[in-house]
Write a protein that binds this ligand. Structure first.
Ligand code: MG
Length: 320
């Protein structure tokens, strides 16, 4: 859209004086714009809602509600949508109104009555430019917000599996400790490691290795699916789960379920000394977080239990 070939605008003209309204409407119509007329502020607000004009030209002094009231109403409605409609006040020299009051009420400019057609046209140009810049600014702001949200998401997620990454997990663990401390519920932390994953990669290639990790991630996600459960890819072939409101018995139940589900899924592992399918070893620890509970100590305990699971034959989970 260029200013030399402007699109017609939909303009709301508000004045209790029919002759003023009619004269402005006539000029706008001659400039090719579509005009909506209102004789009162209340009626204008209703028409504004209904037609969403590109611009509003409004008298200030009117019976019942004045032009400031109208501008306030328009701005209130716009805060929900982020839209912005230029409002130009029409003031008579005889009326004791100030430009400052109009701007404070949400107006953008003013014209003195009687309005000269050339002045009116120039104002429309200026306001149209402003409106376009405002719209672009709004779009850019939204784009930035989207990009920021996406960056935020990427910072705490693993690109391969879509699960939380180590950083996301650590944040989640902190929050879960705080939650369980408040609610006085037990918290379980579990770390799993894919058995003989290097041999898997060596036998089938890294692409298959990546596919396998993706499948394992989604299987774990399916198994730990309560709203507060979190599953993360903690390292190369290591996954970590934080499970609020989970006692030791619940952790054991989940561990057994993981082992069983991996056995029945039977993802082929061509070169595992443990089984013909992909298996996990895991360690978990359960605690009732108190004021001294530190994430590191939970992770160390789960890791030590994982080490025991590896040392005692793999394809099993050990509770600390
Ligand atoms: Mg008036």
């Amino acid at each position: 859209m260029t200013d030399s070939h402007p699109q017609p605008l939909r303009i709301l003209v508000v004045d209790d004086d029919e002759s003023v309204r009619g004269s402005i409407a006539y000029h706008l119509d001659r400039l090719g714009h579509q005009v909506i007329e209102a004789s009162s502020a209340a009626w204008a607000l209703e028409l504004f809602e209904r037609h969403r004009p590109h611009m509003v030209l409004s008298d200030i002094v009117m019976p019942e509600h004045d032009g400031y009231w109208l501008a306030n109403g328009i701005r209130q409605r716009e805060t929900q949508t982020g839209a912005w409609t230029p409002i130009i006040f029409l003031s008579s020299l005889s009326e004791a109104t100030s430009v400052a009051d109009g701007i404070a009420a949400g107006g953008d400019d003013y014209l003195t009555k009687p309005v000269h057609p050339l002045v009116l046209e120039a104002k429309l140009h200026a306001m149209r430019r402003l409106a376009r810049m405002q719209r672009e600014l709004h779009e850019i702001t939204q784009e930035l917000q989207r990009a920021n949200a996406e960056l935020q998401r990427q910072a705490v997620h693993d690109a391969l599996t879509g699960l939380l990454n180590r950083r996301g997990f650590n944040e989640q663990l902190q929050e879960s400790i705080a939650l369980c401390r408040r609610t006085q519920k037990p918290l379980t932390v579990m770390i799993c490691d894919v058995d003989h994953f290097k041999q898997y990669n060596d036998a089938l290639g890294h692409q298959s290795g990546d596919d396998c990790l993706r499948i394992i991630g989604s299987m774990l996600r399916q198994l730990a699916r309560r709203p507060l459960d979190s599953v993360a890819r903690y390292g190369g072939e290591e996954f970590a789960l934080v499970l609020p409101d989970t006692p030791r018995s619940g952790a054991r139940t989940l561990a057994n379920a993981i082992t069983r589900v991996f056995a029945s899924a039977a993802l082929p592992h061509p070169n595992s000394a443990t089984a013909s399918h992909v298996t996990l070893s895991g360690g978990f620890t359960t605690c009732n977080p108190d004021a001294d509970c530190q994430p590191d100590q939970l992770l160390r305990a789960a890791d030590a239990a994982l080490y025991d699971a590896k040392a005692t034959g793999r394809n099993r989970f050990v509770g600390a």
